[in-house]
Every structure is written in structure tokens, then in C-alpha cells.
Design a protein around this ligand. Structure first.
Ligand SMILES: Cc1cc2nc3c(=O)[nH]c(=O)nc-3n(C[C@H](O)[C@H](O)[C@H](O)COP(=O)(O)O)c2cc1C
Length: 327
């Protein structure tokens, strides 16, 4: 069975990609991922605050630290001065030791001069760059238009800064999700990763403080990803990488049927180990064999909403079927 696929214009041996996380800042672990069948790896993100800190420290350019408040102070206090140099040397080592594509990642939320550093990811050898656009509508003063403007400014500048393929990783907070995703795909980027998982905030009732809930997703979170990949994959002009809630090879098959070009996995690797990639690939191959599919293109997108089809009607029909069964 041929599980090769093209993602962001890159040849992947498997559509299963390891998403950005702590495991992808360790080259030995990334070698294990390749051996277990990962198609590519997305390196652990660096934060735009880290870049701003580096710009300020090294160039004495006036960096707009006021915009960042406590998040900048946190970085300035906790991140080693050479953290970016070490990050780029880790990427260079990964490029030497891996044969699969290595995708760099930046976590950003504002249009500032951190964008100049995108070039360094390309210089370090990254095959592509995934931008985790953590622009969340938390401010009462922020309109959907403001969010869209920031997206556009960042993407337009990034396209002038690097020549490697660009993918944009987004969250789920869009009132007009379908329209926004389609517009993003028209901006000359090569991919959209749907979706980033927001940090869940919990409360420690003994200490009466905020704390982070578990970072790991649960298998039930797949369905939101699956819905949107199926609705949008054929209506977008770039690749769709599916992320959040992927815990098995069956999930990979489902997302490919929904039209994903690649499928990213993180929590499952923390929970079940890196070798789970091998099982996921085995399941995909066995399913393809059972179904008589020689390659991914033979079935990818089979269950996606067609370009001219109304997604609202397709989804409503599913909803009706559900109620018809229970009344
Ligand atoms: C421990 C941990 C660290 C993560 N770090 C990053 C990161 O640096 N950049 C990023 O874009 N996403 C990061 N993520 C989010 C994952 O890439 C992924 O989008 C999310 O976990 C949902 O996928 P999953 O259901 O397979 O876990 C992290 C997730 C975990 C669990």
C-alpha cells in the first residue's frame, strides 16, 4: 500500500505528522518518530515574545515590549539568553539526522517586528513554517475585523519574508469559520492546520487560584476537527492539516476521508508513546488493503462536502437522521 502524500508541496511517506509539542524539541525523539513512521515533524514553537526579547537584547532596536505586559516579563525571566541560538542549532541537527521534512513553528498573536526572524527558520533548514496564530477574541474592544486585519498583515509580511511553504495553525474561535478559512486559503499560503487546542484554564479551589487544566486532548475532541475538515477541505485552495483529538489509526482514516492532506498527532504520543505512530500507520495500511485502495488519493476527501454543495444542508441532513432514529 502506498501511503505517500504531498503536504505543503513536500513529499511525505505517510500523512501522519507529529504536531508541535515538547517532544519535537528533542532530536533523538524525532529520530524515533521517523523510525516509527512519522511523515514529518513540526518543531516545538518559539513564542513571538522570545523573538522580541532576542531582538531587544542583541540589536538594541526599540522593541514594543509594552504590548506584551506580563508575558514578556515571564519570557525575560525564564528563558535563557541563548534559547533561540539553541533552537536553531537543534533544527540544524534535526535536518542532518532526519530524512523526513522538518517544519518550524512560531506561536504569535500580534503584527510586530518578530516577523523578521522568520527568515532564520528558513536559513536553519526548515522545509516549511507553521505559524500558530494564537489571536484570541478575549478583548471586548476587539472586533472580528480587527482579528482578520492582524491575520492579513502577518501573512502578507511573512510571504515577503520567506520562500519556504507556509501553513497557518488556527483555533476554533471564529464566528464565520467557513468564510475565514476559505479567505485564508486564498492568501497564497500552502496550508491551514485545523485546529490548535487552547490551554484550558481550571481553578484550584484550595488555593483559590487559576491553574492550567490537562494539556492533553481526549478522543471525543476529534469530532469537531472532523466536522470542519469535512466541511472545508474541498472549498479551500490550500492543504488542510487536521489536528486535535487524533488518537488512533481509525481517526487518521476518518480525517483523510474527510479531505485532510495530513493528520497531526500529539496527545496520543504523550499518552501511548512514540511507537503508537507505527500502529497508526499499520491500521491505515490494513484499512487501505481491506478496502482495495492502492494510494491515499484514491479515497482522500471521499466524504468531504463537495465544492458546490451547501454544507449547511449536508450537516442538517445528518442532524435529521439522528433525530429520525431516536423519535
Ligand atoms: C505538551 C504540549 C505542548 C504543545 N506545544 C505546542 C507548541 O509549542 N506549538 C503549537 O503550535 N502547539 C503546541 N501544542 C498543541 C499541539 O500541537 C496540538 O495542536 C494539540 O495538542 C492538539 O492535538 P492533539 O489532540 O493530537 O494533542 C502542544 C500540545 C501539548 C500537549
Amino acid at each position: 500500500m502506498d501511503t505517500k502524500t504531498k503536504y505543503l508541496g513536500l513529499e511525505l511517506k505517510s500523512p501522519i505528522v507529529v504536531g508541535s509539542c515538547g517532544l519535537t524539541s528533542d532530536v533523538d525523539k524525532m529520530v524515533q518518530m521517523e523510525q516509527a513512521g512519522a511523515g514529518a515533524v513540526v518543531i516545538k514553537s518559539i513564542f513571538e515574545e522570545q523573538i522580541i526579547y532576542d531582538i531587544k537584547r542583541n540589536t538594541h532596536v526599540v522593541a514594543p515590549t509594552d504590548n506584551y505586559g506580563d508575558s514578556y516579563e515571564y519570557i525575560a525571566m525564564h528563558v535563557a539568553d541563548d534559547s533561540l541560538e539553541r533552537h536553531f542549532s537543534m533544527i540544524r541537527e534535526a535536518k542532518q539526522r532526519l530524512t523526513i521534512p522538518v517544519i518550524g513553528s512560531i506561536n504569535c498573536f500580534s503584527y510586530e517586528n518578530w516577523l523578521t526572524y522568520a527568515q532564520k527558520f528558513q536559513d536553519a533548514g526548515c522545509d516549511a513554517l507553521e505559524l500558530n496564530m494564537a489571536i484570541l477574541p478575549y478583548e471586548t474592544s476587539l472586533s472580528a475585523d480587527d482579528v482578520e486585519r492582524t491575520f492579513n498583515q502577518i501573512i502578507n509580511t511573512l510571504r515577503k519574508t520567506v520562500t519556504i511553504p507556509i501553513s497557518i495553525k488556527v483555533g476554533t474561535y471564529f464566528t464565520d469559520m467557513a468564510k475565514q478559512m476559505q479567505q485564508l486559503s486564498w492568501m497564497g499560503i500552502q496550508g491551514v492546520t485545523m485546529f490548535n487546542k487552547n490551554v484550558q484554564v481550571d481553578v484550584d479551589i484550595e488555593n483559590e487560584t487559576l491553574k492550567n487544566a490537562s494539556w492533553l486532548s481526549n478522543p471525543g475532541e476529534l469530532y469537531n476537527t472532523l466536522r470542519w475538515v469535512a466541511i472545508l477541505s474541498k472549498k479551500m485552495r490550500c492543504d488542510v492539516s487536521a489536528s486535535t483529538g487524533v488518537s488512533s489509526g481509525d481517526d487518521v482514516v476518518k480525517l483523510l476521508l474527510a479531505g485532510a492532506t495530513s493528520v497531526q498527532v500529539v496527545s496520543a504520543l504523550y499518552r501511548d508513546g512514540i511507537d503508537t505512530l507505527r500502529q497508526m500507520n499499520d491500521t491505515l495500511q490494513q484499512w487501505m488493503q481491506r478496502k482495495g485502495y492502492d494510494n491515499i488519493a484514491a479515497f482522500r476527501g471521499k466524504l468531504a462536502v463537495a465544492p458546490a454543495e451547501k454544507a449547511s444542508v449536508a450537516m442538517r441532513t445528518q442532524f435529521m437522521k439522528f433525530f429520525a432514529e431516536i423519535v
